[in-house]
Design a protein around this ligand. Sequence first.
Ligand SMILES: *Cc1c(COP(=O)(O)O)cnc(C)c1O
Length: 502
Amino acid sequence: MSPRDPHDAGDAIARAFDAEAFRREGRRVVDLLADHLAAAQAGRTPSGAALPVLPPIPPEAMLARWRGDFPEGPTGGGLDALLARVIADSTQLHHPHFVGHQVTAPLPLAALCELAAALLNNGMAIYEMGPAATVMERRVLGWMAAQLGFGDGAAGVLTSGGSAGNLTALLAARQARAGFDAWSDGTAGVRLAVLAPASSHYSVARSLQVMGLGAGAVEPVPLDGRLRLRAEALPGALARARDAGKRVFAVVANAGSTATGSFDPLDAIAAFCAREGLWLHVDGAHGAAAALAPETRALVAGIEHADSVVWDAHKMMLMPALVSAVLFREGRRSAEAFAQEASYLFQGDAAARDEWWNVGLRTLECTKRMLSLNLYASLSLLGTRLFADYVARSFALGARFAAMVEASPDFELAVAPDCNIVCFRHRPRDCAGAALDAHQERLRARVLESGAFYLVQTRLPAPLAGVWLRTTLINPATSEADLEALLCALRDAARAPASPAP
Ligand SMILES: *Cc1c(COP(=O)(O)O)cnc(C)c1O
């Protein structure tokens, strides 16, 4: 190896930043991605073969495909060749047979914005590090707050995911309703808790544990037959928590639970919170978007009374992962989640908390991506109706798929879906209990291996106790015909002979 020549190194760095090379490479990459998008949406490779929704390659074998030392200098190879391998080894969210987790097929326009955001790399935190991104964030949040029915005083912040969003909202809730300054003084032996349905996302319990409130910080509220929080059970849950020596500061409700997409009755829950002086946090990561369409709006009736709402735009707003809004009905609450100062960033004192333009005061992140750009550009250029239509259509498709399942004697629906999350199972004769659970797992594994569909499974609580197949109809390209094909693929998998024991 020759000794390192700092001059050559400088040349290599300059070449890596060359604008004309970026232009040439960028054109090839966009062509590659456009070809990929067309293929994924058609579910076919350019040669006409079926495109697997995900590569049926286990982690160790996948690791072996990506072995190889990094070279010391540039190889001269093109980015397009490397990206072609990445595409082939990735899960295809634009494939109409992607009906798995709640991550969307993103708008191509938003993907282009993502490229621009990466190049500009305005890291937010303070206004000076992202002037346009900061005001776009404020405009997007203002629009979202208005959709929820919040008044002019509302405000919020964009954060990296619903999990970080729930933590942010619960910190503000604690600060507002604990009755003391837990942010500064710690919880000093007071056992703080929230009331939440067992259907709440694990990030709720995790946030409370991050906050140091311990494993007993969630007092569960019973569910009804459709796995919605039973509002009549709230007084009992509050009494139980108090009897156990806990001080309850909030109720967390789902606007679309993760497992079944069940919407809790927000109006009744809000009335209870108002009576008891409790903070209402609505985890609308998946379903707050129901507020956008007249057809689905009733699902979130009462959300305008919430103190805070989390709303993931990478779920039902077609954005690439990830961008989540934390919205506060009283905007000043946003400043209370993270009340500490960092003098090198934020000049001055408490007055600085009114500086909406320094968003890092109100988030877990210091530096963050230009989270607002994708959404701002999509709303500005594509218009707002597209989002309302998308939500209404996906929820309606959920209802139609449920009807198909119910019309099939060999399938069973878990609960009538509120939205586009549908849980069901295959029901062979004389199969129950653990064998029925194992049957669902086997069917799912076979369908995934074939590459024909991506769906997930979930274990539901009583009275539905057991393993159910779970679909999220989140890709706007998925049609009723695709869902008929899914039921056929599952039937075929049920008929296939058992694979030999390993
Ligand atoms: C997906 C989801 C979350 C977590 O959001 P991330 O953006 O994945 O962190 C939280 N709550 C609910 C109800 C969800 O469906």
